[in-house]
Design a protein around this ligand. Structure first.
Ligand code: GTP
Ligand code: MG
Length: 366
């Protein structure tokens, strides 16, 4: 199962527009609230210029980028946790994602309806975050009664006591209006908390949907979002949904020209994809040969056998070793042969922690 990011926010803020630009899909995006009802799912290649450089050197027969999944979810309104708007059903769609991209409207356009009547990013952020928080409080409260009884019973096990302690810690944080992710939990406690599938435990970043004028330096509205995000330790990605959807429809040549005219290096979507990738704690390694150059996704901290397992479970089961070098060494020295000559191609064992940008060759035996 690939990890995925849910696109979340108030109705009519541009979630489906951004999703369509990301996935080249044609999910319905229109100027009325609750245009999206069922979640739209799309798989997106992760742009990687290191991959392009490897390909230009190796000239393989086939090229396979790595991908990630985005889910376009229905808009949330005040009271959603109590069933308002499209209510609880959509919270459950968010609960199934691995990370949250919280889209905040930072463009004025009087033509586009705002559900609260006026554009006010901080108010919008509060509405969404409050609903997510309330949903989590309900989840934790539900669990509390049973956990408390077990923990205070005569035959309470250590695990039951820990579970209750975790629930108390989480409630303290949530009651203070803070997301569950800031709760101070040990690694063991986090495992217990994970079973609750809390929405505010998921990593989250803000996507400020701006008008064209606001892309380069932001605008008055994004300044608020950036301040709030800094207080929370969250990231903000600025993007113009309307323009990204135009860029996405251009041919590659036209796209380059258009970006150059706008004074941009790359589409905002690339920045968004990379930010989402980081948010999920993901890194990329490559396999490279004349047959195929391919990028693979792993969680940061994965050891060599686990990385091999992403290709095939046999690779993990029968893992012997991995020959490994950094793609940066390849770029610096010009060829795999030169990397070898320089003694930078290493044979790594089961304990090797794979690094972002490693080029790996697995030896296995099943
Ligand atoms: N001016 C401007 N309009 C935008 C931008 N992004 C989206 N819109 C418009 O905003 C309206 C709503 O866009 P959608 O993408 O359908 O919004 P949504 O958040 O998916 O809405 P729901 O599915 O109803 O929750 C459409 O009319 C879009 O054309 C933008 O960057 N600038
Ligand atoms: Mg939509």
């Amino acid at each position: 199962m690939p990890l995925n990011c849910g696109i979340v926010g108030l109705p009519n803020v541009g979630k489906s527009t951004i999703f369509n630009a990301l996935t080249s899909a044609e999910a319905q995006a229109a100027n009325y609230p609750f245009c999206t009802i069922d979640p739209n799912v799309g798989i997106v290649p992760v742009p990687d210029e290191r991959m392009d450089r490897i390909v230009s050197m190796v000239k393989p027969h086939s090229i396979v980028p790595t991908t990630m999944e985005f889910v376009d979810i229905a808009g949330i309104v005040e009271g959603a946790s109590k069933g308002e708007g499209l209510g609880n059903q959509f919270l459950s769609h968010i609960r199934q994602t691995d990370a949250i991209l919280h889209v905040v409207r930072c463009f004025a356009d009087p033509e586009v309806i705002h559900v609260a009547g006026s554009v006010n990013p901080l108010h919008d952020i509060d509405v969404i975050n409050t609903e997510l928080l309330l949903a989590d409080m309900e989840t934790v409260e539900k669990r509390k009664t049973k956990a408390e009884k077990a923990a205070k019973g005569q035959n309470a096990t250590a695990a039951q006591k820990t579970e209750y302690a975790v629930i108390e810690k989480l409630l303290e944080v949530l009651n203070a209006g803070k997301p569950a992710r800031v709760a101070d939990l040990s690694a063991d406690e986090k495992l217990i908390a994970r079973d609750l599938f809390l929405i505010t435990m998921k990593p989250m970043l803000y996507v400020a949907n701006v008008d064209e004028a606001g892309i380069a330096n932001g605008n008055d509205l994004t300044a608020h979002v950036e301040r709030r995000a800094a207080e929370e330790g969250s990231e903000v990605v600025r993007i113009c949904g309307a323009m990204e959807s135009e860029i996405a429809q251009l041919e590659p040549g036209e796209r380059k020209e258009f970006l150059a005219e706008m004074g941009l290096q790359e589409p905002g979507l690339n920045r968004l994809i990379h930010a989402a990738y980081r948010l999920l704690g993901l890194i990329t390694y490559f396999t490279s040969g004349v047959q195929e150059v391919r990028a693979w996704t792993i969680k940061r901290g994965t050891k060599a056998p686990g990385a091999a397992g992403v290709i095939h479970s046999d690779f993990e089961r029968g893992f012997i070793k991995a020959d490994c070098y950094a793609c940066e060494d390849l770029f610096r020295l010009g060829s795999e042969h030169a990397v070898k000559e320089a003694g930078l191609l290493k044979s790594e064992g089961k304990e090797y922690v794979v690094k972002d940008g490693d080029i790996l060759f697995f030896k296995f035996n099943v």
